[in-house]
Structure formats: C-alpha cells, structure tokens
Ligand binder design. Structure first.
Ligand SMILES: Cc1cc2nc3c(=O)[nH]c(=O)nc-3n(C[C@H](O)[C@H](O)[C@H](O)COP(=O)(O)OP(=O)(O)OC[C@H]3O[C@@H](n4cnc5c(N)ncnc54)[C@H](O)[C@@H]3O)c2cc1C
Ligand SMILES: Cc1cc2nc3c(=O)[nH]c(=O)nc-3n(C[C@H](O)[C@H](O)[C@H](O)COP(=O)(O)O)c2cc1C
Length: 606
C-alpha cells in the first residue's frame, strides 16, 4: 500500500519507504489518529481546526441532538464525558454534556441520542449523583423510550464483585424500555482511559455515519479526519507514567502498643509541575514484596527467570510478578480465568458461579492461596495471562500545597493480617510502610476528586467526620482554610481505638483549637471504655449544634472506612435531623437526600 496519491509530493527528507517503516503495524484507526495529531500540531493545523470548529459551530445541526450524561463520584466519568463531548464537537455534532445530578428525568422522553458514562460505587450501587435517575428508571414510572438511541460506558473496578453493576443496570433497563443501542455497553476496569477513548471514538463514528447517511444530498460532505481528530493534551503523569517522588519524611503516628500502624509520609513533588487541591488523592504504583513473589513462584512450581510477554513486552516471570501483576488480592476475573485454565477443579468452578461463595472465598486469600488450594501445572505464560495487572492504590492527600509547596503528605494505614496459615501484607501500604525509606522514591500520580472539595464560598462552615486514616483530607482542608483566611468555621469529629496511642495529628489539632482555626473538636476513642463509642455517637450528642450548622448552610464531609462509617454516619445524621427538626423519619431521609443533591453531604469512603 502506498500512502501517496499520484499528485502528492513529499516534503524534504521524507519518502514513501520511510513512512511505511515508521507506521508498520499500525491499524487504520491509529493511522487516522496520527494524521490528525500531527496536523493539529502544525500552525496551519491549529488555525484550520479552529476555523473548522468555528465554521461548524455556525452551521445548523445536521444530525440528531446528542446528550452526554455522567454520573460520577470522584470525577472519572465526568472527565470521560467531557472528552467525549469535545470529540463530538470536533465532528460537528450538536452536543450537551451534563451532570446527571442536575438532569431533569422528564427530559428523557425527548432525548434522541444519549450517551451515559457512569461509575459504580459502594457494593454495586450508583454514585450519589445518579441515584435519582437510577431509581426513576428502574421504577414502574419510567416511560417507554422507543425513539431513544443510546450507549453506556460503565466505569468500575474488577476488584469489586459487582463489577460495573450500575452501568449494566442502566444499559439493560434502557433496552427494556425500548431504547436501541448505538453501541454495546463497554465496561472499564481501573485503567479506564484507553477503553473509554475507544468507546467514544466508536460511538461517535456510528453517530457520524448515521448523520452522513441522513445528509446524503445536503451541502455538507462527510467529516474528514483532520476535522475530527486533534490530540488532547495528555495528562503528564499517570499509572503508566508515574512521577518518582522522593520520600522526605516518614513518621509512625501511633504510639507503642497500639493495635494500629499508621504512617505520615511526606513526598517531594519538586520539578514535577504536579498540582493538587485538598480533597484530591495521590495514587501510588506499588511493587509486590519479595516474600510474596517467592511464595507464588513456589506454589506454581515455576522459575522466576522464565520469559513471558505482557502486552507484547518481554519480562522475566519474577519481574512481572513483582512489578506488573496483582498477587495480594484475588478478584472475580482472576478466579474465572484460573477456573477455565484448571477445569479439573470442579469446586472452584462452583465457587466462581456463586457470588456469596465467591465473596467468602476471595476475602483474606491471595494468589499463593489459590495456587496451593487448586494446584494446576500452568506454564509461566499461562499464569501471567490468568493474573490481573497490578493497580495503583489511592491515598487521600493530607496536605495543602499552599502550606507545603512542592510537597504532598499522606496518612497510610499498614494493612496486615493472618489468614490461611500465613501473615499477609497489603501490597501498597506495606510497600510504603516497609520498603520505602527516606530518600527512596515512590511512583505516584494525582487522582482528582472532583466533588470532595471545600465549599467555594470561604464563609461556609464545614463539619468533618473522619475515623482512622479518614482524618487525612481534613488536615489538608483545615491547612488550606487557615492559609486562605477563610471565615467559615471548622468542626472535626475524629475517631480511633485509643486516645494515648491513636490520636492522629493530635498536636496540630490542639493548636488549631487553641487558635480558633478549629471551632470544635469531638473525639471518640472506641476502646477507652467498656462500652464502644464511635464518631456517630458524638454526632448524636451534639445534635443541636450539628443541625444548627447544617441549617446555616454548613457542608458535611465523611472520610474513612466504607463498611464502618458510611451508613452509620448517614443514619446518625437522619436521627439528628429527626430529633432537632421534630420531623418524621421520611422527612429526615429527604433532608439528607437534599444535602447530597446540593453536594453538601460528601463522602470519601474506601
Ligand atoms: C479515594 C481513596 C482514598 C483512600 N485514602 C486512604 C488513606 O488516606 N489512607 C489509607 O491508609 N488508605 C486509603 N485508601 C485505601 C488504599 O487505597 C488501599 O486500599 C489500602 O492502603 C490497602 O491497600 P493495600 O495495597 O495495602 O492492600 P491490598 O493488597 O489491596 O489488600 C487489601 C485486601 O486485603 C484483605 N484484607 C485486609 N484486611 C483483612 C483482614 N483483616 N482479614 C482478611 N482479609 C483482609 C481484603 O481483601 C482487602 O481488600 C483510600 C482508598 C481510596 C479509594
Ligand atoms: C468506595 C468505592 C466503592 C466502589 N465500588 C465499586 C463496585 O461495587 N463495583 C465497581 O465496578 N467499581 C466500584 N468502585 C470503583 C469505581 O467505580 C471506579 O473507581 C471509577 O473509576 C470511579 O469513577 P467516578 O470517579 O466517575 O465515580 C468503587 C470505588 C470506591 C472508591
């Protein structure tokens, strides 16, 4: 195939053979993308694309209107929706992009083309923003939607058993209501960017093809590659290209004899250009410990020097197990692939098809346990193909950049437990706790949390409820508010097992309290007395003031353990409202729902 038509000549120094060599192995889509990318980088490209976009903006809509909705907890779905909208605009499609939280459900009936980008939260639940639409669509009040064409992009994480559950539910329900798919649903794991971009390109191609078919005979010709494809600026650091941040400080925050092991870790961001806001998280790309890698190799009867390929790149098995593949956690997809590769184990096949059994099986087991309990003579290649890429772990940022320029601080709880005859260590927390010393580097990137943010109006009060490492973002919040001279009052509820050993950042909080930069501090040390006391009990004790602050417009934040904190705090808050407003349980639930909708009740639970 030649890239050149007869009347084309190549610029200085380029010939057809060179181009062939440079582009061997690329598929059509990649070639088209590159043509747009390089064109867009030239001055002419920048100018022409701009004028093409302006010209398109001035043209009347040629095709059906496109609405892109996103339901997002931390901003990933929002980012994808906005990128998709940008691509759609470049194709000349009339597009509206909207947070599903602000979407009037009655508008559904009038939609023609709908793209929905939605994550799954909790244990297979919709993000708060999408709760209302989800409830409405699944109810018997949902209208028939025979004129709607749609596609769902589901964001999720395969380490959760209900993988992409919300996206699935939306997709299946829309089909049940008579809507027709523009493209099959795509489900994305934590590394969602590539799959999301492919989904966006493919669904927009379908939309463009339909518009062009509908346009036959109109004055607008089909859209061309240069109009459609201009590369968006890549975010500098990511899972695949993390920043090497030097460890500046590492302090054990718990006192001797504590049941917890929590580290305050300070990292340098010097020369990275990385920026974050309080409420964002820092993702750390971990490595598996030597001991676990050795356990896995032994259980698999394999040699660490055996060569394998991952995505076309050659590794020694030992290196891949250390750096690239998840070993400390078992997920459904891994079990499914292993069961398929070892069909002789009938009990394993049964576990894989039964969610409650699966849930019980994976809890507290790792890859070495699986290999020992269900032995199979897999080759090194087969084992690598069964395992899952090692995901980064997120940590709430515990510092304000205003106070600590070019630094980021984390509060990391070491995960350690003993099950099935071995002591286990969480891969990332133990990487940070045990294997990273001062002056070593951690591989990191910033994970924005779009919604877990301080109020825009600095005069607004905030109530923060944090248990254990859940206090981390509140250190950043208070630092930032003090630095900005925010007038709003700050109130912290903090919980952990024991006062003497587990009062994280005690000196700092007491100083804030003394200076008035923390108006109230309420602590719950659960194990300091015979009867357990948790932060939710403290909230109830202070119900009058809590309600008063909320009525005065306060924002309410919760951070920490999902299982222990999430629903307990919501229940406590409903009781506070019921008691102080003298209303029914239903009205109190409505009050909480309204707070969520206004994004004044915000959770960062994990
Ligand atoms: C937005 C966000 C913010 C976060 N912020 C923080 C933070 O500020 N500080 C912090 O410390 N963490 C935080 N986390 C959690 C963090 O990302 C990791 O999940 C945590 O450090 C554990 O990861 P790991 O790699 O060490 O453990 P993994 O290797 O992932 O192992 C964890 C797994 O071990 C198993 N397990 C754990 N304990 C037991 C037990 N007792 N018995 C049996 N099995 C068990 C469970 O299956 C669990 O899923 C946050 C998470 C998110 C999503
Ligand atoms: C507390 C919590 C619970 C989650 N629960 C699930 C789940 O049940 N199923 C799933 O597939 N993904 C789950 N996820 C993963 C998210 O869907 C994933 O991180 C997604 O990229 C978030 O997108 P968003 O920022 O648009 O909300 C969960 C994430 C968190 C932090």
């Amino acid at each position: 195939m030649s890239f050149l038509s007869h009347d084309q000549t190549l610029p200085l120094g380029l010939d057809d053979n060179t181009l062939q060599r440079l582009t061997t192995g690329l598929n059509d889509q990649q070639l088209i993308w590159l043509s747009g990318y390089f064109y867009g980088r030239t001055a002419a490209g920048r100018g022409e694309v701009q004028s093409a976009l302006q010209a398109q903006a001035a043209q009347p809509a040629a095709a059906a209107r496109l609405t892109i909705l996103y339901g997002s907890q931390t901003g990933n779905s929002k980012k994808v929706a906005q990128q998709t909208a940008e691509k759609a605009k470049q194709r000349g499609v009339q597009v509206t992009v909207q947070d599903v939280n602000d979407y009037a459900t009655r508008s559904l009936k009038t939609e023609q083309q709908l793209l929905l980008v939605v994550s799954t939260q909790g244990e297979g639940e919709p993000p708060v923003a999408a709760e209302e639409l989800h409830q409405f669509l699944l109810s018997n009040r949902a209208p028939k939607l025979p004129d709607l064409r749609y596609s769902v992009l589901a964001l999720g994480d395969k380490s959760y058993l209900q993988f992409c559950q919300t996206g699935r539910e939306f997709d299946e329900r829309l089909a049940e209501l008579g809507a027709q798919r523009l493209l099959e649903r795509v489900e994305c794991d934590v590394d969602y960017q590539e799959a999301a971009q492919t989904w966006a390109d493919r669904v927009l191609e379908v939309i463009a093809a339909e518009a062009n078919a509908g346009n036959a005979g109109s004055s607008h010709g089909p859209l061309t590659a240069t109009e459609t494809l201009v590369a968006s600026a890549q975010e500098a650091y990511s899972h695949h290209n993390p920043f090497e941040a030097t460890v500046l400080e590492k302090i054990q925050l718990n006192g001797r004899g504590s049941s917890k092991e929590t580290y305050h870790i300070e990292l340098s961001l010097a020369d990275s250009g990385l920026h974050y806001e309080p409420g964002d998280a820092l993702s750390v790309v971990p490595r598996n410990g030597e001991a676990l890698v050795a356990e896995v190799l032994q259980a698999a009867h394999l040699d660490g020097a055996a060569p394998i390929q991952l995505s076309g790149v050659e590794f020694e098995l030992g290196t891949a197990l250390t750096q690239k593949l998840e070993l400390s956690v078992l997920t459904r997809d891994v079990l499914e692939r292993y069961a398929a590769a070892a069909p002789q184990h009938k009990p394993l096949a049964d576990i894989v098809t039964d969610i409650p059994q699966l849930q019980q099986y994976v809890y507290g087991r790792d890859v070495a346990d699986l290999l020992r309990e269900f032995p199979a003579e897999l080759s090194a290649e087969q084992l690598a193909a069964v395992l899952r890429p090692l995901p980064a772990r997120a940590y709430s940022i515990a510092s304000s950049l205003l106070v600590h320029p070019e630094e980021v601080h984390l509060t990391v709880g070491a995960v350690r437990y003993a099950t099935h005859g071995r002591t286990k260590h969480g891969v990332c927390s133990s990487h940070l706790a045990d294997r990273l010393a001062i002056d070593h580097t951690a591989r990191v990137f910033v994970e924005r949390n779009e919604y877990f943010k301080l109020p825009q109006d600095a005069a607004t009060d905030i109530i923060m409820v944090g248990a254990g490492t859940g206090v981390a973002p509140f250190r950043a919040f208070v630092e930032e508010r003090v630095e900005l001279g925010a007038e709003g009052r700050n109130w912290l509820f903090f919980g952990n097992p024991n006062f003497t050993t587990d009062f994280l950042y005690q000196t700092e909080w007491l100083q804030h309290l003394k200076r008035g930069t923390l108006r109230h501090l309420d602590v719950a040390f659960s194990r300091d007395q015979a009867q357990k006391i948790y932060v939710q009990h403290r909230l109830l004790e202070k119900s009058r003031d809590v309600y008063g602050w909320l009525e005065n417009g306060a924002h309410f934040y919760v951070c920490g353990d999902k299982a222990r904190l999430g629903s307990a705090i919501q229940e406590a808050l409903k009781q506070v409202v019921q008691q102080e407003a003298g209303c029914s349980a239903e009205d109190a639930a409505d009050y909480l729902r309204a707070l969520k909708k206004q994004r004044r009740y915000l959770e960062d639970v994990y």
